[in-house]
Design a protein around this ligand. Structure first.
Ligand code: ZN
Length: 388
């Protein structure tokens, strides 16, 4: 098996959990790849010989971002809604219906090429693993084909039939989601998710939907406590879910429940940026001992960014995270939120998913907001070649 060494790395972020600092950073480092995995990391001066050599030129190398929350399968454009919101129209969950209509009318090919373009956009910004949800079909046929499209790009697919009640009686719709829709979706999904929020699904409905998913082997996650205080975060903790996402409005009881259950709080600051809402308080969560992830929530309504560097900059500027904590949350945190131990770190045995920054350290991701610092993204030990 051929080996590649990346040498002359100014700062190598490993996310080694045994290191003294949060990022397990190694200065003046090298990293050896064999069979698509990390085979060695350490000081460049000690690096073993390899078949191929790549000189990082003193730049920083980080684990690829693990974006644990996105809604990439959709059609249509809501830029006018965004423009209206920026000049005073508040965000309401019902705007989803506009995208649902466009998605239902799109062909599989149109949906697939749109997701391909967005995934490529993510790769160029350092993301190497992405979770993709359904949730803009909201019929048996359209939810199933949304997941078939998503599966072409990731193993981390999530059935979100319970995104919003499209029309008619909510109780009948929950029956559809937990019945025929789940039946059609289950073979194409690893996760099941519910938008547990006023105007979407309440606690009892969320509980029933997650239980139906669990009964057919889907692991649960929740959208919760985005727009106001509510029961979603405590439900996630009670059920021992891997992650609960948004966590903007939290009581002290919610924070304690997350700490005690070990459920990851996935924060999505691009949403607050794009809806002019208050940011979640990451500092409060970290100080309480809650594990935190950062993800994009890339979607056409409340947050149309695919950029984890933007989310890191916002988390540092607005949410009380240090640059190191924010980078850790967007890499290792994302991996934990997807229950993955093969990605999110660059220690021996992990997948060689990484980014090379046009910068000497990870701090530049927050220090130089809006600047395209990701010089290259490697997936499974090979440079990603942009197709768009
Ligand atoms: Zn979402």
């Amino acid at each position: 098996m051929s080996t590649t060494v990346i040498t002359n790395i100014g700062e190598l972020v490993t996310n080694d959990p045994d290191a003294e600092d949060v990022l397990g950073a190694i200065p003046e480092a090298a990293l050896v790849i064999e069979g698509g995995k990390v085979a060695w990391v350490g000081p460049a001066i000690d690096a073993p010989e390899a078949d191929e050599q790549y000189d990082a030129g003193g730049r920083a190398v980080l684990p690829g971002f693990v974006d644990s929350h996105s809604h990439l399968v959709f059609a249509g454009d809501r830029s006018q809604e965004f423009a209206a919101r920026m000049t005073g129209t508040p965000y309401a969950a019902g705007g989803i219906r506009t995208t649902v209509a466009a998605t239902r009318s799109a062909t599989d090919e149109q949906l697939t090429s749109h997701v391909a373009r967005l995934v490529d956009e993510m790769r160029r910004q350092g993301t190497t693993t992405v979770e993709i949800k359904s949730g803009y079909g909201l019929t048996v046929r359209d939810e199933a084909r949304s997941l078939v499209v998503a599966r072409q790009f990731t193993e981390e697919t999530t059935f979100l039939g319970a995104h919003v009640v499209p029309d008619g009686d909510p109780a009948e719709y929950v029956e559809l989601v937990t019945g025929a829709m789940l039946d059609a979706a289950k073979e194409h999904a690893r996760w099941i998710d519910v938008f547990c929020e006023r105007g979407a699904f309440d606690e009892d409905q969320a509980r029933a939907i997650l239980a139906a998913g669990a009964a057919v082997g889907l692991k649960g996650r929740l959208h919760a406590n985005q727009l106001t205080y509510g029961p979603g975060v405590r439900l996630a903790a009670e059920l021992g879910l891997v992650a609960v996402d948004h966590c903007t409005y939290l009581t002290d009881e919610d924070v304690a429940a997350l700490r005690d259950s070990g459920t990851i709080a996935t924060l999505l600051p691009g949403v607050e940026f794009s809806t002019k809402q208050p940011y979640p308080d990451a500092r409060r969560l970290l100080d309480a001992g809650v594990r935190v992830a950062l993800a994009s929530d890339c979607n056409p309504g409340s947050c149309f960014t695919s950029s984890l560097p933007l989310c890191i900059a916002l988390a540092v500027r607005e949410m009380g995270m240090s640059p190191a904590e924010a980078v850790h949350a967007a890499t290792s945190g994302g991996a934990q939120a997807l229950d993955r131990d093969d990605v999110g770190a660059l220690t021996v045995g992990k997948r060689a998913d990484l980014m090379i920054l046009d910068a000497p350290s990870h701090v530049h991701l927050a220090y130089r907001p809006g600047v395209p610092l990701v010089a290259a993204t490697w997936v499974g030990g090979r440079p990603h070649l942009s197709t768009h």
